[in-house]
Design a protein around this ligand. Structure first.
Ligand code: ZN
Ligand code: ZN
Length: 310
């Protein structure tokens, strides 16, 4: 018989809820700072739609998402390989495992359109400030984002432990959404995800595409070859390849799902259906649309042509 689930030895606070006053306070400070120094940017309508997305994310999560995700977590946990206890070494291992799961979730969320349809919301602002961090998806649970964490439950990390580190990661990633912090202490930049690294992640410049998927630790990008450093000579342009041009939260939340529906219903073969669903964002049967790979390839050709021949 499988051992009972070990109980956490301490009360786990609702980390994200507790962080909300800190979010509000720091957004006000950043707004004032931007006003005074004219460094960074705020657009009221854009910030309002980001806040609406964050609020909607919490509502959907409470009403539906949490139950769905917990059911999946506990179903897998029932079939776990080991029963890991709430000890310090297990918690350290869980922190690293959760961060690695986040890296792969986030990378696939950019590389496969089905997952991109949920994640694109976070990238839909053309601004980069603390409110951008709150621009969160409404379709994460129904978009099966949680599957990337299931291996942790299968290994035997208790579900509340995994959820605790997911919350810590979410709160950690909040403060890196700012243009007011430049480059930090070099050893810190080497190990941790920072404002500089995450600006690159939100940029649409060809040289910055598909980079820095890290949650808390940037080491995963260095390890898997997706790390790109911010270049002081090239300022990031934020947003997505085809900018949305709307502040309507409902259009922001569902536009890519609508796009998938449009494409799939017009597909002429099963190959096209799969291409539109799980191909890279921008995939098209004849290659006529832009994907980040085609944009990067065109940029690389341009760079090569610009180098004068010896
Ligand atoms: Zn992303
Ligand atoms: Zn972000």
């Amino acid at each position: 018989m499988i051992a009972p689930e070990p109980a956490p030895p301490f009360h786990i606070p609702p980390i994200v809820t507790y962080a909300v006053p800190f979010f509000v306070l720091t957004i006000i400070i950043e707004m004032i700072w931007v006003r005074v120094t004219r460094k960074g940017r705020y657009q009221v309508t854009d910030s309002f739609s980001s806040l609406a997305m964050g609020f909607g994310n919490q509502i959907v999560g409470t009403l539906f998402g949490a139950a769905f995700v917990l059911a999946a977590y506990y179903w897998v946990y029932q079939h776990r390989l080991f029963t890991l206890q709430w000890t310090a070494p297990v918690m350290v291992a869980c922190f690293f495992a959760e961060d690695l799961a986040y890296y792969w979730f986030h990378r696939i969320a950019h590389e496969r359109r089905f997952f991109w349809a949920s994640h694109v919301i976070h990238h839909s602002s053309q601004h980069y400030n603390l409110t951008t961090a709150l621009r969160q998806t409404w379709t994460g649970a129904i978009g099966f984002n949680f599957i990337f964490w299931l291996p942790l439950l299968y290994l035997g990390f208790p579900p509340p432990m995994v959820l605790m580190f997911s919350s810590i990661s979410l709160v950690y990633q909040y403060w890196i959404h700012t243009e007011l912090i430049g480059r930090m202490w070099a050893p810190f930049e080497w190990v941790m995800n920072t404002p500089s690294h995450h600006r690159v992640h939100h940029a649409t410049n060809a040289r910055y595409l598909d980079a820095n998927y890290a949650g808390v630790l940037i080491i995963w990008d260095r390890l898997f070859g997706t790390f790109v450093a911010e270049d002081d000579k090239e300022k990031p342009r934020y947003g997505i390849i085809s900018q949305l041009g709307t502040f309507n939260p409902f259009r922001i939340a569902f536009h890519e799902w609508a796009g998938i529906w449009r494409d799939v219903t017009r597909a002429k073969s099963l190959r096209e259906v799969f291409g539109y669903l799980i191909g890279p964002p921008g995939w098209s049967p004849d290659g006529s649309r832009k994907t980040s790979a085609s944009i990067k390839a065109a940029w690389a050709r341009q760079q090569a042509a610009a180098v004068p021949a010896e």
